[in-house]
Each structure stands twice: as C-alpha cells, then as structure tokens.
Ligand binder design. Sequence first.
Ligand code: PLP
Length: 311
Amino acid sequence: MPRYAYVNGRYLPHAQAAVHIEDRGYQFADGVYEVVPVFKGALVDEGPHLDRLERSLRELRIDMPVARATLKLISRELMRRNDLTQGMLYLQVTRGVAPRDHKFPAQATPALVMTTRQTKPHSEALLNQGVKVIAVPDIRWERCDIKSISLLPNVLAKQQATEAGAYEAWQIDGEGYVTEGSSTNAWIVSAEGKVVTRDASHAILSGITRLSLLKLIREAGFEVEERAFTLEEAKTAREAFLTSSSSFVLPIVAIDETPVGNGHPGILSGKLRARYLDYMADLGADLGAGTGAGADLEGGTGAGAGIEGAA
Ligand code: PLP
C-alpha cells in the first residue's frame, strides 16, 4: 500500500512529496512542527498539541496555514490513507516560499506538510533494562519554548549520546541545572521521594506528555515539584526518567555512567509509565478507536507498548 504525505493541499505518494527549494523552512529553519502520538488508532492529546502549534506560530508571527478544524480533517484523512494505528503524525508549518532574504517576505503563504509514521513498540528488553543518558552543555537559543524546526543543537546532542552508547543527552544550562533532553523532558524522583521536573519557561519545551503526566501524578496523589534540578542532584536521585510523545515514559538507569538508584528502572517510573499507557488507551477507547490493526497491542500496563524512535 503506498504511503501518503500531505503537502500544501495535496495528498502525494510519500516518495514524491517535496517542497520548493526556496521554502523558508529549508533555507532558514523558519517554521515550527508538532509530533502527535497515535495510539490504538487515536490521536493522543490532539487539542494540546494543536494549542502548542498555534502558540509556536503566534510567537513567530506565522499564520495558521488552514483552520484548526481543517487541520483535524487532514490529519484523519492522512491517517486513513496510511492505515495508521500506532505511531505518529508529523505536522510542519513554515513561513512559506519566497526569494531568499532574511526579513519576512511581504507576502508569503504558510506552507503545511504532514506525514505519518507507523512505529514499532519499544522492546521489552529496553524497558526492563532502562536507558542511559549523558550530560552535554545546553547551547541552544533562549526561546526553547517554541517548537521550532531549528534543531541543530538537539541533533548534535543526540548524535553525541548515540556515539556514547546512550539513548538521550540531558542538556545542562550555565548554572549546572538540567534543562531537558534533545527531544524529551527530564524527570527525577528526588532523594526525598518527590517527583521533580523543570518548570515551564523559555528554557524548555513544555512537552505535552509532561503536561499530561503532571496531571496524572497529581490525580494519583503523588508529590510533584516543578523546579530546576542540578546534574548532581539527578545523579544522586532515587529514580530518573524521560518523557516524550514517542518514548512516553522511559526509565533512566545511568547518567554519565553513574547508576541512578540501584541501577535498575525505578518502581515509581514503571508505575507512571503504566499509568500513562492506560491514559492513552482510555483516550482511544473514548473515541471508539482501537478497532484497527493496533488494537491487539498489549494494554496500558503491557511493558511492550511504546514507540522506538525520536520526536
Ligand atoms: N523537549 C524537546 C526539546 C522536544 O523536542 C520534545 C519533543 O519533541 C519534548 C521535550 C517532549 O515533548 P512532547 O512530550 O510534546 O513530545
């Protein structure tokens, strides 16, 4: 079955989908993106993802390329054409096509590209082992709250992690505090047993997974603190984990080769992962989804559920 991409009003076979060479996304990284997880046939937290897309666009003074309702229709049509039940929907909006010049073009129509990707669940082995992260300096700009397609520091950080045999790089600001991963938010369970993640500011992208998990943690009656924590505190924490639309909640067992806790995935991290998977499964059930090919995946508490790949 051919895979389709949506490009500026047309559904095209993925291999032939292309944009103009003077698209400002291509030349200046002048655009934003979103990655919406698809779990059991349903878009997870579509509303908050579209809210964040609109906010990122507003901050960069780029217009929404189509009405929000139209965006939703296109998403569903693309998922239908690609028979997507588990994976992710990628949306990218750039300022459009114009002769190369740094200043905003007098007239440009925002360009919209959407793709989907079917992804494999995380392996049981990975979940049982947990993952390692390394620390790298945070060399990004001061508007990390905008989900910009300008991701070079993130790319370099992730490559450094990969070459070090780690899953992710935690970026450290000038004061020694962890900001976030290259494509994930960073969390610890402190020595006092509190769940801690950095407060939302211009220093991080406030993940949609982060926001949903914060809600679930509070509902479950766990103590949670939104504050900065140092690399040193993370290394002596009871547990650590990361969150994102593609990794969900993933336990971390070492930071720079220093074992976190007893060097095994933390119990609370595991519980929060299970809770988050249940939450996603419930969203699918609420929408009457889950009848597609992905419906036979293990339920929320199944260790096998999750997605390989990065946002
Ligand atoms: N932080 C950064 C820098 C990211 O790129 C991402 C996701 O791409 C996240 C955090 C996690 O955000 P979300 O949970 O919305 O996927």
